[in-house]
Design a protein around this ligand. Structure first.
Ligand code: NAG
Ligand code: NAG
Ligand code: NAG
Ligand code: NAG
Length: 799
């Protein structure tokens, strides 16, 4: 009946309307929760706060959010528990958010996160617990940061990870077990770093890895032992490394199918180099310096050999290769470079019979000699340590994770170092106990420990040889104890210590030469917050000539012996902040220094004289002298510094004027905040610098008169200064200090940025290369310039 039909329709419509209203209500309810500068899509449960200058993760983001996009903000540091209020996240994008540091436990609570992108930030260290709690994480992207150190245990909590990408960072060295805990990793990308040394067990425990990218690094030798640990790897990318030779049995990887060794400097390849790579099918040797190679033994299924862009000399020496390729149906790519009648002829098109020698062709002997020399070098790899593994228990009041080789007894009130740890323990965490005294041989039988934490243990005394037998110990944390002195043999028997933390003790003196002597590979020494009053004698660093970073902030240092830092020419970071220095310790540096970062803030340096930074001028990138009471800088104080300087920080001083910065064309950041700067024409060049946009400058006028307190960027006084009437190129500078009126011409924003950001550091790295292991003869100490020239030569050769 029509009536009941109409009623029915009405009721259906009503029902529909109700549902619709409900949906709208739900929608409104959710979007009502959208945190202010962000935009939200409540149906997809996504929140985006892109390019909002946020300095912290907004705490009010809807709890049920699944995808969070925080790109391009200004987060600086991710504190512990930064995402505790959004536990359902699966995707988190933190690209380009100016993140310097990811604190331990920053991602705690994100047990569902699958994808984490931290690319294009400024992260330099990956801490032991930076990625804790990310139980489901599959992809972790850390490309384009400044990572130069990965602490042991950084990845122990991300066992689901498939892809770890660390391309475009500053890694130089990979210690043993650094990727421990990556139980499901498939692809590890380490391209575009400065790796020149891989510890033998650097890749141990990566049992699922199938692809490894090591291209664009500084490896001079194929790391045979290290690679042998990669039992499942099928694809290995090693292009763009400065390798000259591939020696006998160099590659021992039983599953390897694809190997890229292109764009290197290979001059020769042993015919048995690949004898232990039986499944190899694709070998790329293009863009090398090979003139001839023999048939390659080992791979039974080789289908492609790429020799493009090698100076292949097509004579009788190449005939065996040609015949072998023909018989094995191996696709041979590349062309002859000579002799003239065959040049540019594709290798695959040359008939074996045409590969002939007229008498002696004279290249083999030379190559043979070179070959022998390189074999000797390649053979000098360390033998691998294989030890019987005996099962034992975990000591009382400790927690042990045998698969991760990790043991912790943190904060359990132990008064003696517990014994009974598994012999293969590699991370041992004993922090926050009450040991008072560490006797000789305290860690007997623990030869595999890589990281030992003994911070906050109330240690007053360490007996000689306390760490004896800890042959692989790399990281030793003794911070925040009560040490007042160190015995000469304190660190004897632990020769691999690379990172030593002694900050927050009561040491009265810099460790003696005898104390440092047992640690020839030391890279970082942390001595902040002690009571050291002078740095002497001049030879104090001679036993640790590899040192890269020296931290001495918050001591009471008044004087530094001349040439104190000279024995450590690779020193890159020096922190002398918050001491009692009254002058820049110019004389403490040697002539050939590679210092990149110098911190002198919080001293009592009222005046900086001429050429104060000259010995380190060529390498210095970051200079901090905030809050020193600085009132005057000589106009030549920055002499020698040039386009390499990126940061100049002089905040909180008494400066009324600054010397010319016109030579510093690479500057990215200048801090002059809280200085009584006199905003008259002598400061016009600074204003130009600010207006050039590529430089971040904070500076406020201290005068004259009414413009006090205004930002240099805003005041108009400079408009009338000479040099501002734009198209008059001959405007004579009024005073000496305003000569850099020409500066803007030199400060071309883009080239400056380009030069400042990328090539510089990598050059510095390349220079600082011979770090961990004394390198074989080839590269003795060279002047910076000769090294650079050499690089250029190499480039030219390739082109
Ligand atoms: C970004 O935030 C900082 C600190 O909160 C502030 O000093 C700066 O002016 C802001 N920049 C912009 C472009 O909003
Ligand atoms: C061989 O090497 C050249 C030069 O690197 C490259 O362009 C080409 O794609 C390679 N061929 C194959 C099949 O890999
Ligand atoms: C360490 O040793 C214990 C006991 O021998 C063993 O269960 C564990 O798997 C070992 N860990 C590794 C990573 O070899
Ligand atoms: C030095 O001590 C001051 C005051 O205790 C502190 O603010 C600063 O962070 C310390 N610096 C370092 C590098 O420890």
């Amino acid at each position: 009946m029509p009536v009941s039909y109409a009623q029915m329709c009405a009721s259906i419509r009503g029902w529909k309307v109700t549902v619709l209203l409900l949906l709208i209500a739900a929608h409104l309810g959710l979007s009502g929760k959208c945190t202010r500068p962000c935009s939200c899509d409540p149906r997809k449960l996504t929140v985006a706060c892109v390019n909002k200058n946020l300095t912290q993760v907004p705490p009010t983001i809807d709890e049920i959010t699944v995808k969070l996009d925080l790109r391009k903000n200004n987060l600086q540091e991710l504190p512990r528990g930064a995402f505790l209020h959004t536990p359902y996240l699966t995707h988190l994008n933190l690209q380009a958010s100016n993140i310097r540091s990811v604190r331990e436990g920053a991602f705690r609570g994100l047990g569902r996160l699958v994808h984490l992108n931290l690319a294009h930030n400024n992260i330099d260290v990956l801490y032991q617990e930076s990625f804790d709690g990310l139980l489901s994480l599959k992809q972790l992207i850390l490309d384009h940061n400044r990572v130069e150190e990965i602490r042991p245990g950084a990845f122990t909590q991300v066992g689901s990870l498939n892809l770890l990408s660390l391309a475009h960072n500053r890694l130089v060295y990979l210690p043993n077990m650094v990727f421990q805990g990556l139980l499901n990793i498939q692809w590890l990308k380490l391209s575009h770093n400065a790796l020149n040394n891989l510890a033998t067990e650097a890749f141990a425990s990566l049992f699922t890895l199938t692809r490894l990218s090591l291209d664009h690094n500084e490896l001079q030798f194929f790391p045979t032992q290290t690679m042998t640990r990669l039992v499942e790897v099928t694809h290995l990318e090693m292009s763009h490394n400065p390798m000259i030779y591939l020696g006998e049995e160099a590659v021992s990887m039983s599953k390897l199918t694809h190997l890229s060794l292109d764009h290197m400097s290979l001059q020769d390849l042993s015919n048995t180099a690949l004898i232990h790579a039986p499944l190899l099918s694709h070998l790329d040797l293009s863009h090398n310096q090979l003139r001839s190679i023999e048939p390659i033994s080992g791979p039974k299924e080789l289908s492609m050999l790429n020799l493009t862009a090698n100076p292949m000399y097509c004579n009788c020496h190449l005939r065996p290769l040609r015949e072998w390729a023909q018989e094995g149906h191996i696709q041979l790519l590349g062309a002859c470079a000579g002799p003239p009648h065959l040049s540019d002829e594709p290798l695959a098109a040359v008939e074996p019979a045409d590969l002939r020698c007229r008498g002696r062709e004279g290249l083999t002997k030379e190559e043979l000699e070179e070959t022998e020399a390189s074999v000797a070098v390649a053979g000098a790899q360390e033998p691998s340590a294989t030890k019987p593994k005996k099962s034992e228990n975990c000591p009382d009041d400790c927690d042990c994770a045998p698969e991760a080789q990790h043991a912790t007894c943190e904060g359990r009130g132990h008064t003696k170092v517990p014994s009974g740890f598994l012999k293969n323990t590699s991370l041992l965490d004993l922090r926050a106990n009450h040991f008072h005294n560490l006797p000789t041989n305290s860690f007997r039988g623990l030869a595999d420990v890589v990281s030992l934490r003994l911070d906050q243990c109330k240690i007053r005394e360490i007996e000689s040889g306390a760490f004896r037998g800890m042959k692989t110990l790399l990281y030793l944390y003794l911070s925040d104890n009560d040490l007042t002195s160190l015995e000469p043999d304190t660190f004897a028997g632990a020769p691999q210590i690379n990172y030593l933390h002694l900050e927050g003790n009561r040491l009265l003196e810099f460790p003696s030469v005898a104390t440092l002597t047992p640690m020839p590979s030391l890279l970082e020494l942390h001595l902040d917050r002690n009571a050291i009053s002078r740095l002497e004698p001049a030879a104090m660093l001679s036993p640790v000539s590899m040192l890269r970073a020296l931290h001495l902030a918050n001591n009471t240092i008044e004087s530094v012996a001349p040439n104190a830092f000279e024995p450590a020419p690779h020193l890159e970071k020096l922190d002398l902040g918050d001491n009692k220095l009254t002058e820049v310790p110019t004389k403490a540096f040697g002539d050939d220094h590679l210092l990149r970062e110098l911190r002198l803030s919080g001293n009592a340096i009222r005046w900086v004289g001429p050429k104060a930074f000259l010995p380190v001028a060529e390498s210095l990138q970051h200079l901090y002298m905030d809050g020193t009471g600085l009132a005057k800088m000589s106009k030549d104080s920055l002499a020698g510094l040039g386009s390499g300087l990126l940061t100049l920080s002089l905040g909180g001083n008494q400066l009324e004027s600054v010397p010319s910065l016109s030579a510093l064309t690479g500057l990215q950041s200048v801090n002059l905040a809280d200085n009584p700067l006199q905003c008259d024409c002598s400061l016009a060049p600074l204003r130009k610098l600010i207006d050039s946009m590529s430089v971040k400058v904070s500076a406020t006028c201290g005068g004259p008169g009414d413009i006090q307190g205004q930002s240099v960027k805003e005041v108009s006084v400079f408009q009338t200064c000479p040099g501002n009437e734009e198209p008059s190129p001959t405007t004579p500078p009024a005073t000496e200090d305003s000569s850099p009126v020409k500066a803007p011409k030199k400060i071309k924003p883009k080239p400056a940025l380009l030069e400042g950001v990328k090539p510089k550091p990598s050059k510095a790295k390349a220079k600082a290369k011979p770090l961990e292991r004394p390198r074989p003869s080839v590269l003795p100490k060279e002047g910076k310039k000769s090294k650079k020239t050499k690089k250029n030569e190499k480039k030219n050769e390739k082109e």
